[in-house]
Design a protein around this ligand. Structure first.
Ligand code: ACO
Length: 325
């Protein structure tokens, strides 16, 4: 018996930060952002909103759609790089809020690949019968880790959460192949140096903005394209499928040009590659589950469809999952 995604849900803040808003904050333009990234707006949490709130609402929507009670969930994996706090984990906070009294709760730190990391972890637990139902959530409030004086990062990131309920599925459905990878040699291509045990929080680290995300976007771009295209091909080769068999490719929404380059390497037509980056920006670990839920709600993915998901993020990390719904 395979493990499959039974249902999905998503949520995001009401606040919107448009390219026109950013033009007033840093030296940039709607034209630059649109041409270089494809982003027109992103969701932005208010001062008193935080990651687990969006995660909880996304999780509740996924549970409702599955018709599964919180008590039936045996593990909650929350993929996030922007947790509410260091301790306890956001997974535990979600567990409390949704009343999943029989679940273990934990976080996965794998940046934008976190959702596929979570999927890959729980897949074998379900397939081997160790557990029946799992909740995997990708949730971020990235805008609180963004330096709004650094135009190379502040135009990219947005906030939101997506969730999926996974459980056993019959026949040829479910996760057919899944793989996660990392290469820590690229650690300084996207990192936040301050606030940990290496560079603890001091007045100086805060004054120097060491707690903010720093990114070498140009270098990451090439690694992102290579990694996502490579692992996607591997997932297809492993299962004997081709891109023609795939109904929809859902790549991590990092940058429209990265998505286009991956699509071109896979030789998959534009209409088969989902993109919502114009509305959401890059929501890191939330990007794939938000996109997946939108596809399902819009009827772009229906029962029997083969879907390829691929992600890339800071670490660097990457992953690929081929699934039949
Ligand atoms: N507005 C105007 N000009 C800008 C802006 C801006 N917002 N940002 C940078 N520029 C300028 C630069 O200063 C540079 O000017 P210069 O030539 O005078 O030095 C010029 O534009 C080109 O800069 P590049 O960095 O080369 O621009 P690029 O085309 O690479 O686009 C971007 C930058 C959008 C960041 C792109 O590299 C990218 O998307 N990279 C990948 C991001 C990614 O995948 N991250 C990992 C996943 S996210 C995660 O894990 C949380």
């Amino acid at each position: 018996m395979n493990a499959g995604i039974i249902s999905t849900g998503h949520d995001y803040p009401e606040g919107i930060l448009t390219n026109a808003d950013l033009e007033k904050i840093v030296e940039t333009s709607d034209d630059w952002i649109t041409t270089r990234t494809g982003i027109k707006q992103r969701r932005k949490a208010s001062e008193d909103e935080y990651t687990s709130q969006f995660a909880v609402r996304a999780a509740q929507r996924a549970l409702e759609s599955a018709g599964i009670s919180p008590e039936e969930i045996e593990i909650i994996v929350c993929a996030t790089t922007t947790p509410d706090q260091i301790l306890p984990s956001t997974g535990c906070l979600i567990q409390k809020e949704i009343g999943a009294v029989n679940a273990a709760g934990m976080d996965v730190f794998a940046a934008c690949s976190g959702f596929l990391y979570g999927i890959t972890m729980v897949e074998s637990m379900i397939r081997t019968g160790q557990i029946r139902y799992a909740l995997v959530v990708g949730a971020e409030v990235l805008t609180k880790y963004v330096d709004y004086t650094d135009r190379s990062t502040c135009v990219i990131f947005g906030d939101g959460a997506g969730a999926a309920v996974l459980g056993p599925v019959e026949g040829d459905k479910g996760i057919l192949a899944t793989k996660i990878m990392s290469d820590g040699r690229y650690e300084e291509q996207l990192y936040a140096p301050g606030g940990g045990t290496k560079l603890g929080t001091t007045h100086d680290t805060i004054d120097n903005g060491e707690h903010f995300f720093k990114m070498k976007g140009n270098e990451l771009f090439k690694v992102a394209v290579r990694s996502m295209a490579g692992i996607s091909k591997e997932m297809l080769a492993k299962t004997g499928y081709t891109v023609d068999d795939v109904k929809m490719v859902i790549p991590h929404q990092a940058n429209q040009r990265i998505t286009d380059a991956v699509a071109s390497r896979l030789k998959v037509p534009e209409e088969k590659v989902y993109s919502n980056i114009a509305e959401h920006g890059n929501t890191s670990s939330a990007s794939i589950p938000i996109a997946l839920d939108e596809c399902i709600q819009e009827g772009k993915i229906v029962e029997g469809d083969l879907v390829l998901m691929t992600a890339f993020g800071g670490g660097v990390t990457w992953g690929g999952t081929l699934i039949r719904f």
